[in-house]
Write a protein that binds this ligand. Structure first.
Ligand SMILES: Nc1ncnc2c1ncn2[C@@H]1O[C@H](COP(=O)(O)OP(=O)(O)O)[C@@H](O)[C@H]1O
Ligand SMILES: [Mg+2]
Length: 246
């Protein structure tokens, strides 16, 4: 592909998703879904259970095959790349339920993260400890014995080791005490402000979205049905309309 002029490159979205469909077997869950994310943004995705939020995350990282449409990351078409190649380009995924290794120590989990989200640069553990000092203090502790909030810090810290440019977070507040949720929100904000990082966060916790997100998209039936500001999402009437939350 011919190189684009530098000017166009700088205006380009970090990630552009255009008309994608994907699903399981012959079942199409995502239907003609499009959106874009700019560098350093925190984009929230909300929607009722079962509308396809996790399916979208898995499709972006390459765990599910694209049936239709295109995914561009940093100007490169990655929609047919294997997950490892997408990780190498700088996309990291923190799955719903966190996916850490409970029986291994915190440090061992971090070391494994090098291979998970790594994009070939030197692993930077100091950087992870700067954002998550508790992971250094708890280095030798078994990951499964930590609190939900600490485990979530580990799950995020683990992908951070590989220096990704885009982190996909799937319901980070799930199973975490409310006061800790806000602490994690603040760390996510600091990451995008101080590092070359962009975040897509799938969340049900509207307070967390309100405090961290720059922008919010609502999903229903496998597609994006509305774009909202964080203030709108905090509005009870709006939340009721789009999320059927009382
Ligand atoms: N492994 C799977 N096999 C078949 N269908 C699935 C699988 N995972 C999810 N689904 C279906 O895909 C739809 C979207 O699921 P999901 O993306 O997990 O929703 P959300 O994350 O928004 O709650 C649901 O109807 C769900 O039943
Ligand atoms: Mg989900």
């Amino acid at each position: 592909m011919a190189a684009e002029p530098a000017e166009r490159q700088s205006e380009q979205a970090l990630l552009s998703v255009d008309g994608i469909s994907s699903g399981y077997g012959s079942a199409r869950i995502l239907q003609n879904l499009s959106f874009a994310v700019e560098r350093h943004e925190i984009l929230a995705i909300v929607g009722r259970n079962g509308v396809g939020k996790t399916t979208l995350m898995k499709t972006l990282i390459g765990l599910l095959r694209l049936m239709d449409g295109t995914i561009e990351f940093k100007g490169e078409s990655i929609g047919r790349f294997r997950p490892s190649r997408r990780a190498h380009r700088g996309i990291a995924y923190v799955p719903q339920g966190r996916g850490i290794f409970n029986r291994m120590s915190v440090t061992e989990n971090l070391v494994l993260g090098q291979g998970l989200g790594g994009i070939g640069r030197k692993a930077d553990f100091d950087r992870v400890y700067r954002f998550f000092p508790r992971l250094k203090e708890r280095g030798s502790q078994k990951a499964g014995s930590m609190s939900g909030g600490e485990q979530q810090q580990l799950a995020i810290g683990r992908v951070l080791v590989g220096q990704p440019e885009l982190i996909l977070l799937d319901e980070p507040s799930e199973g975490i005490q409310p006061n800790i949720v806000q602490e994690i929100g603040q760390i996510i904000r600091r990451l995008t402000e101080q590092e070359d990082l962009t975040v897509i966060i799938v969340e049900q916790n509207l307070e967390l979205i309100h405090s961290v997100a720059d922008r919010c998209m609502v999903m229903d039936k496998g597609t994006i049905i509305a774009h909202l500001t964080p203030d709108e999402i905090a509005d009870e009437e709006v939340a009721k309309r789009y999320l059927a939350i009382a």
